[in-house]
Every structure is written in structure tokens, then in C-alpha cells.
Design a protein around this ligand. Structure first.
Ligand SMILES: Cc1cc2nc3c(=O)[nH]c(=O)nc-3n(C[C@H](O)[C@H](O)[C@H](O)COP(=O)(O)OP(=O)(O)OC[C@H]3O[C@@H](n4cnc5c(N)ncnc54)[C@H](O)[C@@H]3O)c2cc1C
Length: 526
């Protein structure tokens, strides 16, 4: 997947595209894959990098949502469980089964959660993972030795899916290319083009070259997540706000806080949320929070209260409570929740997806979750093809293998996320032994991955490599800042940039990455 190739295609396209999709997160890339798989000429444009927004900042779960079961939203859980099963089959290199344990500290919670999980198993039907079970105190502690022992009665175990969100987004972008479509990062929609009253495309700017293009399209899909109201207002300046974003923060800790392969699920925090502590890439991700926000930023920042809340909430369940100095990284994302009335309680906003169609024909799709991106895309393309007068073609994605698909075991843990591409990444380090060198002693990544990211995954900046091609920024913000100069040098060699570019690239990365440090460390790096 090469950026120059995408630009060439935009420049040489003489006819309108069938689909122009705005936004390169889970939703937009999903729509791009669906449209391209139906044989439509498809272009996805992303203003920053693929998955730069919410789609790289999730809890990394492919799940039905046990909490929606508690709210009685059976149809949402059913749909998500079905999608969970499909995603496990379509991207086995990125999605795997994970055991979750609900630790039980009061005797009546055991049967309550035990029955709830049996319902969850039943809803999953034949796409279910393993079945849930009630565990003895001893078995619970064997699976999670770091649990607080005082008052622990037993545990309930159940299974859900886990994935690498940004890697899946990249693989979806690559799938679009594999299917003959085009996706391009750093390409921003500036305005919409209309023929009379009807939408006919958009003006986009290449943020690298500064060049602007008029992109004509039969169907235009707005899949810009929390930015969707902004695009709707390019179409109808007075359009009412429909998104009520909510901020969610996670902390990343060393694996020693949760050794073993099981995650902890706490069903009821003081603000009524579910709290997870999940093993991920040999670290532990803990979260999340739910904070209504007005400011819609591409790089949202965790508040001290959120960090404190996560640390004190998880401390009740671990015999050695984590301190802020244990935190390797803090990351925050904005949920694109769709408003029902004027509620400010974001935990009560719709987690279902919503499709809105404007008078000019702009189709906006928002809400939902990563797990259901494929179904969201199917619904959007079904509606858009009717709206745009395209011939109706059946959806092809239920059993479509996503780029990188393989069931082969890959020995090197850090290469597993590349799936079928792992051999090509390995080959870079075989040709040039220097590229087998690690980027940093505390990070699992090697130089060959930077080269691969630039050559084949459209990485353009240090942040693209350290935040989304590798997940270095999440696994260790400080370590990632320390290896930024080396990464900038490798990118500069691949892209033919000079030393001035390298210096600026490192400075730009530092500005972003400092927000992922807890405040004491951030001050030291200021
Ligand atoms: C804290 C948190 C935890 C979550 N955990 C989970 C989980 O464990 N499992 C799960 O299934 N879901 C989870 N979700 C939900 C899931 O992450 C989101 O539903 C999903 O990522 C939304 O994707 P999106 O594509 O709609 O939005 P985004 O990923 O935000 O994509 C929108 C994109 O549009 C781009 N854009 C905006 N304006 C323009 C423009 N003018 N031109 C071009 N591009 C533009 C933006 O740059 C952005 O990249 C979580 C969400 C949060 C916030």
C-alpha cells in the first residue's frame, strides 16, 4: 500500500468514484472494504493517519459487551457476538480468545454473574468461544495470582475476543488496496461539492504537498467519528449537533501486575462502569473512564482525576496496588456516541450505530463500536448504493479474509501481528542484519519494522510508526521518546528526507508523546 500510488489514482481518475469515504478509522475503513468488495470504485480519505482518532485508543476487546446485557440491550449484544465470531475467523492473526475473570468478593454475586455469563454463552450460539464457569477461590487465584486475597470467595470466568485495534485498521486499509480500491492518509476534506442541491464530491487537500483536488463521487459517506457534526455542517451549515462525545482513558502497566493469560473484569465501578485489566502485548491495559467532553481533539488528554480513578478502582482488586510511577503510558480516546435528546450522562447515550441522510445525500454513520465495524459498514453501503442510484450488489464481507490472514503460528511474538506479511518483515532484517537490531531495550520492536511500515504500510511520521504501526507509545511512552531519533533517521532514509526534517520529526513526536506520560515524568521531559 503506497501513498504515491494512491495520489496517482486520485490525479488520474477521470470519472466520478462510486464511493468517497471521509474518515480512516474503523468505520470509514470498514465502509471502504465493503464498497471495494462489492466492486465499487472506492476512495477513503483520512485527514491524519489511519486510526489516529478513536480507533487506536480502545480497550482492545472484540466483545459482545457484558454491560449491555445488564442494561437489557439484547439485540446489541447479539449483533456484537455474531460480529465477534466473524472477526475471529476473518482476522485470526490479530484477534484471539481471552479468558476474563470476575473476582467475587460477596457470596451472592457468584450465582448472579454466573447466570449472566451463561446467558452470554447462549446468545453467542455456534459462534461462541469457550463456555463460562464458576471457579473456586483456589482456581481463581491460580489464574490471577496478583488478586487481592482478603474476602475473595471465588470467580466467574468467561471468554471474549481481544485484538490490536490500530493494526486491524491498517490491515483494513491494505484490504481496500487488495480489492482494487484506494485509501490515503494525510488527505483532508475541506469542503463538499454540490451539483444544484445534490452532493457530488469533496475538495480535499494533501497535507504533505499542500495540493488540493476536486474528488467527484456518486456516494459520499461521512465516517468521521466524533468529527461527524463538522462534516455535516459543511453540507448544512445549521445542522444540529448529534454527537455527544465521551472521553475514556486507559493506563498501561508492566505485566507483573497481571501475570498469566487471564483478564480481570470488574462489573461495577462507583460510576456504574465496567473496569477491565487486560493482558496485551506482554503488558497490562487498565480502563476505562466515561467523561462527557465538549472539546473534540484528535489528541485528547487524560485528566489527573481519570488517572487517579483508575488507580484507586483497580487497587481494590490487586494485592499490590499500582502507583502512578508504575504507569508506562496513559492513552485517551473519544467515544462517538449519538445523542438521544439532550442527555449529558454519556453512560446512557446510544452505543448502537446510527445512519443519518441529509437532503443533499450525505450519508453519516456514527456510533457503534470496533467489534461491529463490519456490520455498520454493510448497513451504510446498503443505504448509500440506493441513495446514489447504484445497482444493488450483495455484501461480500461476512467471510472476507482481512489482509494478513493466516492460521500459521509465527514464532517471534512481535511479528505475529503481521500475519502473512511476517515473512516479508523478517526478510528485511535478513537482507540487512543491522535491521534486526531492537529499537530500544525495553520495547519488543526491531528496526526492520520501521522500514516495513514506511515501504508497505504508508507510515509517514515518527508517530505513525511508534503509535500505530508498532504500539511503542502505548507500551512505554518514555522508551518511545528515547528511540524517536533513530526512527526518524530510518524514515528519512526511506523517504529521502534531510536532517532538518529529522529534527522536526523528533520534536513533533515529543510534543504528542509527552501527553502519554504521567505528569511527573511529563514535566521531566518538558
Ligand atoms: C475509551 C474507549 C474504549 C473503547 N473500547 C472498545 C473496545 O474495547 N471494543 C470495541 O469494540 N470498541 C471500543 N470502543 C469503540 C471504538 O473504538 C469506536 O467505536 C471506533 O473506533 C470508532 O471508529 P470511527 O471510525 O467511527 O471513528 P475514528 O476512529 O475517530 O475515525 C474517524 C476519523 O475521521 C477522520 N477525519 C475527521 N475529519 C476529517 C476530514 N475533514 N477529512 C478526512 N478525515 C477526517 C479523523 O481524523 C479520524 O481518524 C472504545 C472507544 C473508546 C473511546
Amino acid at each position: 500500500m503506497k501513498r504515491e500510488q494512491a495520489i496517482d489514482q486520485i490525479e488520474s481518475m477521470r470519472e466520478p468514484w462510486d464511493f468517497l469515504v471521509i474518515g480512516g478509522g474503523a468505520t470509514g475503513l470498514g465502509v471502504g472494504v465493503d464498497a471495494a468488495a462489492r466492486g465499487y470504485r472506492t476512495l477513503v480519505v483520512e485527514q491524519a493517519d489511519f486510526a489516529k482518532g478513536t480507533s487506536s485508543r480502545s480497550t482492545k476487546l472484540v466483545h459482545g459487551g457484558v454491560r449491555y446485557l445488564k442494561q437489557g440491550n439484547i439485540s446489541l449484544v447479539l449483533e456484537a457476538l455474531r460480529e465477534r465470531g466473524l472477526l475471529c475467523e476473518n482476522a485470526p492473526h490479530l484477534v484471539h480468545h481471552l479468558s476474563f475473570i470476575v473476582p467475587i468478593y460477596s457470596w451472592w454475586d457468584g450465582p448472579f454473574y454466573g447466570i449472566g455469563m451463561k446467558i452470554y454463552d447462549r446468545l453467542a450460539g455456534k459462534l461462541g468461544l469457550s463456555t463460562s464457569e464458576l471457579l473456586s477461590r483456589e482456581e481463581t487465584l491460580k489464574r490471577i495470582p496478583t488478586l487481592e486475597t482478603e474476602g475473595l470467595q471465588r470467580g466467574v470466568s468467561y471468554y471474549d475476543g481481544q485484538f490490536d485495534d490500530a493494526r486491524l485498521a491498517l490491515n483494513l486499509a491494505q484490504t481496500i488496496f487488495d480489492l482494487g480500491g484506494t485509501a490515503v492518509n494525510y488527505m483532508q476534506v475541506l469542503s463538499l461539492i454540490k451539483h444544484g442541491e445534490l452532493l457530488a464530491g469533496a475538495v480535499v487537500r494533501d497535507l504533505e504537498s499542500g495540493k488540493e483536488y476536486e474528488v467527484r463521487a456518486k456516494a459520499v459517506v461521512n465516517a468521521t467519528g466524533v468529527f461527524a457534526d463538522g462534516i455535516r455542517r459543511l453540507d448544512e451549515p445549521g445542522a444540529k449537533t448529534v454527537l455527544g462525545p465521551s472521553q475514556g482513558t486507559h493506563l498501561v502497566l508492566p505485566k507483573s501486575f497481571l501475570p498469566g493469560d487471564s483478564a480481570i473484569m470488574v462489573p461495577n465501578t462507583p460510576d456504574g462502569r465496567v473496569l477491565f485489566a487486560v493482558p496485551w502485548h506482554d503488558h497490562v491495559v487498565i480502563g476505562t473512564t466515561d467523561l462527557a467532553v465538549d472539546d473534540i481533539a484528535l489528541e485528547p488528554i487524560a485528566t489527573d482525576e481519570e488517572i487517579e480513578f483508575i488507580l484507586t478502582s483497580i487497587a481494590k482488586y490487586l494485592h499490590t496496588p499500582p502507583r502512578s510511577s508504575d504507569v508506562l503510558s496513559v492513552y485517551t480516546g473519544l467515544r462517538p456516541l449519538v445523542k438521544v435528546g439532550d442527555t449529558r450522562n454519556t453512560a446512557a447515550l446510544s452505543r448502537d450505530h446510527t445512519i443519518l441522510i441529509s437532503n443533499s445525500g450525505l450519508l453519516t454513520i456514527a456510533g457503534g463500536k470496533w467489534t461491529t465495524y463490519r456490520k455498520m459498514a454493510q448497513d451504510a453501503v446498503d443505504q448509500a448504493e440506493t441513495l446514489a442510484g447504484l445497482d444493488e450488489r450483495p455484501c461480500q464481507t461476512s467471510h472476507l479474509q482481512i489482509h494478513g490472514w493466516t492460521r500459521q503460528h509465527i514464532d517471534e511474538p512481535n511479528l505475529r501481528v503481521y500475519g502473512a506479511d511476517a515473512a516479508s518483515v523478517r526478510a528485511i532484517s535478513n537482507v540487512d542484519r543491522g535491521r534486526a537490531q531492537k529499537l530500544h531495550p525495553e520495547l519488543p520492536y526491531m528496526e526492520a519494522e520501521v522500514v516495513w511500515a514506511v515501504r508497505e504500510e504508508m507510515a509517514r511520521t515518527v508517530e505513525d510508526v511508534l503509535s500505530r504501526r508498532t504500539r511503542a507509545l502505548l507500551l512505554g511512552a518514555r522508551a518511545s521518546i528515547e528511540c524517536a531519533p533513530r526512527v526518524a533517521h530510518l524514515i528519512a532514509r526511506e523517504l529521502g528526507r534531510d536532517e532538518g526534517w529529522e529534527r522536526q520529526a523528533v520534536a513533533d513526536y515529543g510534543k504528542v508523546a509527552r501527553n502519554y506520560l504521567v505528569s511527573s515524568e511529563a514535566n521531566a521531559h518538558a
